[in-house]
Design a protein. Structure first.
Length: 197
């Protein structure tokens, strides 16, 4: 092998120096400014998970900020035992669950509003927004079914990544995704005729 071929073979190693683990190590070694790069890499996925999980665009920035503050405060404790993305998405899911838990507690003390009694799906007109209806249907699912559906079908996670993020078995994830899809079919059933026209 000549020296030119050697340089070509070493090139991928140089590119790998910028992966999440190396950035985390640099952060742990005191280069705290590198955290911005980690945020840049993962903010869109975090924001998507929050938006789809909570079905409320007004909350995305606040909860995403909470997620990244938590990551910043705990990054020096990251153990490198799983993918960094798995750790981030577990934190994101937990922040969403915290919000939903607080929201449910608040509901106990608030009077029922008239708008909450309205059906989620109204008559569909020519300006149909399928994403809106599906998003509302997903929002109706309980957390344990909604979160795996969002991660698998909308974010493209593997069953293993979802299991690690949700801290449960792969079989549990598969079962919840199946049950979630079946529940979505039932929720969207009344719209099937109009959607297919």
């Amino acid at each position: 092998m000549n020296s030119e071929e050697n340089k070509d073979m070493e090139q991928p190693k140089i590119l790998l120096l910028d992966d999440d683990f190396s950035l985390i190590k640099r952060f742990i070694d005191g280069e705290e400014s590198i955290f911005g790069e980690l945020v840049k890499r993962h903010k869109d996925k975090v924001r998507n998970i929050i938006y789809i999980t909570l079905n409320n665009g007004d909350l995305v920035d606040d909860i995403a900020q909470e997620v990244f503050i938590t990551i910043y405060r705990n990054l020096k404790n990251f153990r490198f035992e799983s993918q960094f993305t798995t750790w981030i998405y577990r934190i994101t899911i937990n922040k969403c669950k915290d919000y939903l838990r607080k929201k449910n507690i608040r509901r106990i003390f608030l009077p029922l509003k008239d708008e909450e009694a309205e059906p989620v799906f109204e008559s569909i007109n020519e300006d149909i927004d399928l994403k809106h209806f599906v998003r509302n249907a997903i929002a109706e699912l309980p957390d344990k079914l909604r979160i795996p559906i969002v991660l698998k079908d909308l974010e493209g996670f593997s069953y293993q990544e979802i299991a690690e993020s949700m801290q449960c078995e792969i079989g549990t994830v598969k079962s919840r995704i199946f049950r979630g899809r079946e529940a979505l079919k039932k929720i969207l059933q009344p719209l099937e005729k109009e959607l297919m026209e």
